[in-house]
Design a protein around this ligand. Structure first.
Ligand SMILES: Nc1ncnc2c1ncn2[C@@H]1O[C@H](COP(=O)(O)OP(=O)(O)OP(=O)(O)O)[C@@H](O)[C@H]1O
Ligand SMILES: [Mg+2]
Length: 297
């Protein structure tokens, strides 16, 4: 691996040169013209923390039997924090039809089965590094990801109460951003990318992410709520409270007042639902209403 002293000039030539940039709110990616590498520049929220976390986690994911990109070069320079990853073959999963959703969920279970194995001495928090004793609880780790204004919302105490049982669940390694684009299918092999949100916490966080992304993306692509294939999602472990938390996390990161579109009643209905299909239907109905209210994807 090439260390952080390397300059952007160098990466323009080897392993580059790189083609056109794809800009997203929190990163810009560029593929090497020879197809061998991908340059990711981290922007916006905590770019240096995300760079370090992703570079550290990809190496450790391989040790857990997962195929992840190799870090070819990484550093912090005038253009920001960046990493060059080896390019992995394969096609990203999709959710465009019933059969491909079923395949995708199968791949999620394969990845999470390897990832969520019990591991000793893990403490909740972002990244996979070992933390000192005295760390936060599982519940606190989730609540801390919401901005401080959420504490003043009427649903805060409701959510906090529902999340209590998480504290007795095992702490496992999490990918932190499981979605179809991050699972590349290459024949019999599966490669997993985008590890910048990796964390340690309760396994249900990864599953809630899968459900949330799938429901939100189908609805924002115009699928009616009753057509979301919720029955396929029941193959994964379920937690109503974590699903409610995930929905609130999304709203908290949208327009300033979007967080106020959910009432305590909405939160407690979703968090208190113990039937997965009923909870996923309720989630789909809420997201459909939020979309109509103009909440950006
Ligand atoms: N090493 C790799 N090999 C092949 N494809 C990759 C690799 N890394 C990323 N990709 C593809 O490029 C896309 C963008 O990369 P990545 O997800 O890391 O960046 P991102 O900008 O953080 O994405 P987002 O914020 O939308 O999740 C991925 O969804 C994946 O399909
Ligand atoms: Mg990504």
């Amino acid at each position: 691996m090439i260390g952080s002293g390397m300059t952007e000039t160098y990466i323009e030539h080897r392993p580059g040169p790189f083609g056109p940039a794809t800009a997203k709110p929190h990163s810009t990616t560029r593929r090497a013209v020879d197809g061998s590498a991908l340059l990711k520049v981290y922007v916006g929220i905590d770019p240096e923390g995300r760079r370090r976390r992703e570079a550290e986690t990809v190496g450790r994911a391989v040790l857990r039997g997962l195929s992840a990109p190799v870090v070819l070069a990484t550093g912090e320079g005038v253009a920001g924090s960046w990493t060059v990853f080896s390019m992995l073959p394969g096609t990203p999963c999709s959710i465009g039809a019933h059969e491909v959703v079923e395949e995708y969920i199968g791949h999620v279970l394969d990845v999470s089965g390897r990832l969520h194995q019990p591991a000793v001495d893990l403490t909740p928090g972002s990244g996979w590094e070992r933390r000192q004793a005295g760390s936060v609880s599982q519940r606190q780790f989730l609540l801390d990801q919401l901005t401080s204004r959420c504490r003043r919302r009427p649903w805060w105490a409701v959510l906090e109460g529902f999340l209590h049982p998480l504290d007795s669940q095992p702490v496992v390694y999490l990918h932190g951003d499981l979605k179809p684009e991050h699972l590349l299918v290459d024949g019999e092999r599966l490669h997993v990318v985008d590890w910048e949100a990796s964390a340690c916490g309760p396994a249900v966080v990864d599953y809630a992410d899968v459900v949330f992304h799938l429901v939100r993306d189908l609805l924002y692509d115009g699928v009616p709520p009753e057509r979301v294939p919720v029955e396929l999602l029941t193959a994964m472990p379920f937690s109503g409270p974590v699903l409610a938390w995930r929905l609130l996390l999304w709203l908290d990161r949208r327009r300033p007042h979007d967080i106020d579109q959910l009432s305590s009643h909405d939160v407690s209905r979703l968090a208190g639902e113990d039937q997965p299909t009923a909870a996923y239907r309720a989630l789909a109905r809420s997201v459909a209403l939020l979309r109509v209210a103009g909440v950006p994807r």
